[in-house]
Design a protein around this ligand. Structure first.
Ligand SMILES: [Zn+2]
Length: 336
C-alpha cells in the first residue's frame, strides 16, 4: 500500500488524485497568488516524484508535458505518487516573461528559498518545502532562452549516482553533466536529498509537439526505471553522449553585427570546417561565414536572426569517435 502524501494544508490518500491551487504569495490587491498542483497518489507502493515546469514563465513546452502526465493515470496501475507542478512561476507566466516581474528576479536562482526573505525566496520556500523536498526525485522542464532553441537534452550532475541514474533513464541522446548554478531547483533539490534533473527542449513561447512527445517518452522511461509502471521497458536512445567539462562544448559567438542565416537545424551533426551560419550587413555586400571549429553536434541554435558582435550563435558540442559513428549510422538508417 502506498503512503498518504501530506502538504501544509492537506493530504492525498493512496488511490486519490487532487487538483489544488496552492497559495505561494499575494498580489498588490492582497489576492492570493496560487500555483496549480496535481497530486496523483497511486494505489501501489513506489517512489514520490515531482515534475515541474515554467520556473521561467515563458517556457511553455514543459507545461504541456506535466499536464499530460498528470491526467492519464489509472491509480491501480501506478506504483508511487506524482506531484505535478505545471506552472511554478505564476506571476512570470501571467506576464509571459522569464523572470518574476517585480525586480526581474529569477525564481530559478531563489531555491531552496527562505520564509522571511524576498518575495522570490518566499515563493521558492513554499514550493520547495511542500512539494519538492518531500519527493524521492524530480524532473524540471525548461526551454532555451527566448530567441534560441535547444535540441532535447538532459542536464544533471552525473557524478552524483542518484542523479546519474535518472539522467540516463530519461533516454536522451545528450546529457550535459554539471551540478548547475547555486539557487537552481535541480541543484538545491539534489543537495537536499531529492536528486533532480533538468530537461531542456525547444524554444520559449511555443508548444512544440514533436519535442513534447519525445519528452513524454522520457518521463515514462524514468518511471519504468523506478518500477512505477508494471512491466514497462526503459528507453535506449540508440546513441548517447555525456558531456563533462567546458573543453568539450563551446558557444560560437558572432564577430560581426548583422543578420544571421543558419544553415543547420538544432540537433544536426556538423563537420569541422562546415559553414554553420552566415552573417550579412543590410546591403548583403559584407558577408561573414562562421565555420565549425571542430566536428560536433548543434545542441542549441539561434532563432532570432539578429546579432551584435559577441552574441551567441550556436552551442556546439564535440563528440568522440564511437558516438560519431553511431550518429552517422543512425542518420543513414533514417534516410533509407
Ligand atoms: Zn528555463
Amino acid at each position: 500500500m502506498s503512503e498518504v502524501f501530506t502538504y501544509d494544508g492537506g493530504a492525498v490518500a493512496p488511490g486519490e488524485t487532487a487538483n489544488i491551487r496552492y497559495t505561494v504569495s499575494e498580489t498588490y490587491l492582497g489576492d492570493p497568488v496560487r500555483v496549480p498542483v496535481t497530486i496523483i497518489n497511486g494505489a501501489l507502493e513506489g517512489p514520490t516524484v515531482f515534475l515541474s515546469a515554467a520556473a521561467h514563465g515563458d517556457e511553455l513546452n514543459g507545461i504541456e508535458i506535466v499536464r499530460e502526465v498528470a491526467h492519464e493515470w489509472d491509480h491501480e496501475e501506478l506504483a508511487g505518487t506524482l506531484v505535478c507542478l505545471p506552472v511554478l512561476n505564476v506571476p512570470a507566466f501571467i506576464a509571459q516573461e522569464r523572470y518574476l516581474p517585480i525586480y526581474d528576479r529569477d525564481l530559478n536562482r531563489s531555491f531552496p528559498g527562505n520564509d522571511s526573505g524576498t518575495s522570490a525566496k518566499r515563493i521558492a520556500d513554499r514550493l520547495f518545502r511542500n512539494f519538492i523536498e518531500p519527493c524521492d526525485f524530480g524532473l524540471d522542464f525548461h526551454t532555451s532562452t527566448r530567441g534560441r532553441t535547444n535540441m532535447l537534452h538532459v542536464r544533471g550532475d552525473t557524478d552524483d549516482d542518484d542523479v546519474g541514474r535518472i539522467a540516463h533513464a530519461f533516454g536522451s541522446n545528450v546529457i550535459i553533466s554539471s551540478e548547475g548554478p547555486s539557487g537552481t531547483l535541480r541543484r538545491e533539490a539534489s543537495e537536499a536529498g531529492t536528486p533532480t534533473i533538468t530537461i531542456e527542449l525547444g524554444e520559449a513561447h511555443r508548444f512544440q509537439r514533436a519535442l513534447i512527445d519525445q519528452a513524454l517518452e522520457g518521463v515514462l522511461s524514468v518511471m519504468a526505471e523506478f518500477e512505477m509502471r508494471p512491466n514497462e521497458p526503459v528507453k535506449w536512445p540508440g546513441w548517447r553522449v555525456v558531456i563533462n567539462g567546458s573543453e568539450e562544448k563551446t558557444w560560437l559567438r558572432a564577430d560581426a553585427g548583422g543578420l544571421v542565416e543558419m544553415h543547420h537545424d538544432r540537433g544536426s551533426l556538423v563537420e569541422a570546417g562546415d559553414r554553420v551560419c552566415t552573417i550579412t550587413n543590410p546591403f548583403k555586400t559584407d558577408t561573414t561565414v562562421v565555420e565549425a571549429p571542430f566536428t560536433g553536434l548543434l545542441v542549441g541554435v539561434l532563432e532570432n536572426p539578429l546579432v551584435y558582435p559577441g552574441n551567441p550563435l550556436c552551442h556546439l558540442v564535440a563528440l568522440d569517435e564511437v558516438t560519431l559513428r553511431a550518429i552517422r549510422g543512425d542518420q543513414t538508417t533514417k534516410r533509407s
